[in-house]
Design a binder for this molecule. Structure first.
Ligand code: NDP
Length: 309
């Protein structure tokens, strides 16, 4: 048996098309949703992410602007920038790209973002809205996980869901979203006893761990849906062979680029799961798509326009 592959790239492009249509409709009433991205210093990975976010905003017809304070920026300078973005009406979403330099008090900066413009959904106010099922902004990657399930017709209500990982940005919000949709949710972490046994209970298994290929066949109930949030870069040949031995296509890209991406789920799991997200091309593409969706949602919520479910 081979699992059904849940194509995140395709789902993300559907969502972007819907967002573009909503942006067009808002334009009829003179509203152009605006996203401000704050990128401090010159972290190469962050620069790549921010470029992707700005490009995607332009493609779906949102207004976007980038702010690039220097690496030496202080907490006070960033707070002043955030205060200015909070004040400006044409800015609906504010995204502060993490990590911030060590001299900056990241928590103080993030909590300064107006919760109504917090398109990352990290503000404690939005965390509270999520856990009490009030309308608010939901973190992008977890929201993307739920879109994959919904648009793939995978039922959630009444299902056993196991989430491995309890970070504030992925594990906890995914668990809360699953719970809000009436799954029976178990959250696992590094202190969980007999992790494979707990995971084998899952009808829906979400891996958000940050460890290459940790979830192997013995973690998975035959037929389960497996959502792999992990993104791990491997450069070592032995590691490559451990995951992709015999996969000619992967080998070509590995040899050409000197690296490849693997999730937190071992590729062998595709042989036992009922459905699985690939890496790359699974959850990853949803993150930026949901950021676009959140920016439009913020623009609607701020103006009291009804948000479609
Ligand atoms: P964190 O490092 O913040 O959290 C990892 C979680 O995994 C922790 O709760 C930790 O437990 C748990 N964990 C670590 N080792 C084990 C283990 N051996 N057994 C059981 N649990 C373990 O990571 P993030 O949540 O930020 O990210 C998780 C993964 O998702 C990463 O690979 C990251 O790259 C990827 N990611 C992908 C995104 C996307 O767009 N697709 C977006 C964001 C992240 P404990 O709490 O006990 O330490």
């Amino acid at each position: 048996m081979s699992a059904r592959i849940l194509d995140g790239t395709k789902i993300a492009s559907e969502i972007r098309a819907e967002v573009a249509a909503q942006a067009k409709e808002l334009a009829l009433s003179g509203v152009r949703p605006g996203l401000a991205v704050v990128l401090v210093g010159h972290n190469p990975a962050s620069e790549v992410y921010v470029r992707g976010k700005v490009k995607s905003s332009q493609e779906v017809g949102l207004y976007s602007e980038q702010h690039t304070p220097p690496e030496s920026a202080t907490t006070e300078e960033l707070l002043a920038l955030i205060a200015d973005l909070n004040r400006r009406d044409e800015i609906d979403g504010i995204l502060v790209q993490l990590p911030l330099p060590p001299q900056v008090d990241s928590k103080k900066v993030l909590v300064a973002v107006d919760p109504a413009k917090d398109v990352d959904g990290f503000h404690p106010m939005n965390v509270g809205y999520l856990s009490t099922q009030r309308p608010g902004l939901v973190p992008c990657t977890p929201a993307g996980v739920m879109e994959i399930l919904k648009r793939s017709g995978i039922p959630v209500a009444g299902q056993e869901a196991v989430v491995v990982g309890r970070s504030d940005i992925v594990g906890k919000p995914v668990a809360m979203l699953l719970l809000n949709q009436n799954a029976t949710v178990t959250v696992c972490h590094s202190k969980t006893r007999d992790l494979p046994e707990v995971c084998r209970r899952a009808d829906i298994l979400v891996a958000a761990i940050g460890r290459a290929g940790m979830v192997t066949r013995d973690y998975v109930k035959p037929g389960a849906t497996v959502i792999d949030v992990g993104i791990n870069k491997i450069t070592d040949r032995t590691e490559f062979d451990r995951f992709f031995a015999g996969n000619k296509k992967r080998e070509e890209t590995f040899l050409a680029k000197g690296s490849t991406l693997v999730g937190d789920v071992h590729p062998e799991v595709a042989g036992i799961a009922g459905a699985i997200t690939p890496v790359p091309g699974g959850v990853g593409p949803l993150t930026i798509a949901m950021l676009m969706a959140n920016t439009v949602k913020a623009a609607m919520l701020r103006r009291g326009v009804l948000v479609p479910q």
